[in-house]
Design a protein around this ligand. Structure first.
Ligand SMILES: Nc1ncnc2c1ncn2[C@@H]1O[C@H](COP(=O)(O)OP(=O)(O)O)[C@@H](O)[C@H]1O
Ligand SMILES: [Mg+2]
Length: 264
């Protein structure tokens, strides 16, 4: 008895029927996420700091990609750009072939709320809302059908069915991150971006959260970009991308032939 996702008024965000396990996407379909020449520069006193420097990356629907790199290498900046939370200095981000820099703030907000889930290192729950409300309110904001049933379903999926009435301050770090996972997966996003989701947790708790995240991602067929500086976590991904000083130094899963044949 799963609620169906809400119809999309503009009709341009058609999902594959059945929606899950789309890693065998046909070759003529554009990558789900594609960035080209992505650069982010920030003023730093009298100088300019180059945080990202010409990053090219294509991610296919259903892929699990780990983004590795030392602190300060630009991982969080890259994720923020992929989610449209931040704008690049130069370069483009396309989601399903559509450049997001052309979208207005409202369109971007809708894209993020409906189709892109985000999990942060610091949980980012709203402290004045209960666990259940943290999951439910964003669903209601997008007019998700059967939002209450969906919120309860996904809270149960993260093992917190009995804790929905608790406020974040009454929950442990691991529990808070499980609420954040429920919130991220609730609208059935096609793409999930996770920025060091276990970085604030002790190793045992972090492992349980990671298993939960990977299991949910597998069941839902969600594309996952997982930022980590932990090689053991990165080894769980089929593809690793290494950032160093804002440059993409290594990509174990790039598809140069496909990228070239599209003729940039
Ligand atoms: N808003 C900002 N203002 C100034 N410097 C920033 C800002 N955001 C990021 N940086 C700098 O950009 C670099 C990359 O940051 P970040 O993307 O957070 O790296 P990572 O997530 O890999 O640790 C760091 O040197 C950081 O200090
Ligand atoms: Mg970071």
């Amino acid at each position: 008895m799963l609620p169906t996702p809400p119809p999309t008024p503009d009709g341009d965000d058609a999902r594959a029927p059945g929606s899950t396990a789309s890693s065998g996407a046909p070759a003529d379909r554009p990558p789900q996420v594609e960035c080209r020449g992505l650069t982010k520069r920030l003023p730093s006193g009298a100088r300019t700091l180059t945080v990202l420097d010409g990053v090219d990356l294509s991610i296919r629907a259903g892929e699990l990609v780990a983004v590795l790199g030392p602190s300060g290498s630009g991982k969080s900046t890259l994720l923020g750009l992929l989610a449209g939370l931040d704008r690049p200095t130069t370069g483009t981000v396309r989601i399903d072939g559509r450049p997001i820099e052309g979208l207005g703030e409202d369109e971007l907000a809708l894209l993020r709320r409906r189709r892109i889930g985000f999990v942060f290192q610091s949980f980012q729950l709203l402290g004045n809302l209960t666990a259940r409300e943290n999951v439910l309110v964003p669903l209601e904001l997008i007019g998700f059908e059967e939002a209450r049933a969906r919120a309860d379903e996904v809270l149960a999926e993260v093992g917190l069915a009995e804790r929905g009435h608790h406020y974040p301050s009454q929950l442990s770090g691991g529990e808070q991150q499980r609420v954040a996972l429920a919130r991220a997966f609730a609208p059935r996003p096609e793409l999930l971006l996770a920025d060091e989701p276990t970085g604030n947790l002790d190793p045992a708790t972090g492992n349980r959260v990671l298993e939960l995240l990977l299991g949910m991602r597998e069941r839902h067929g969600t594309t996952l970009v997982l930022v980590t500086h932990d090689p053991e976590i990165a080894a769980r991904a089929e593809r690793q991308v290494h950032l160093f000083g804002g440059r993409l130094e290594r990509d174990t899963g790039a598809a140069p032939a496909a990228a070239a044949s599209r003729g940039a």
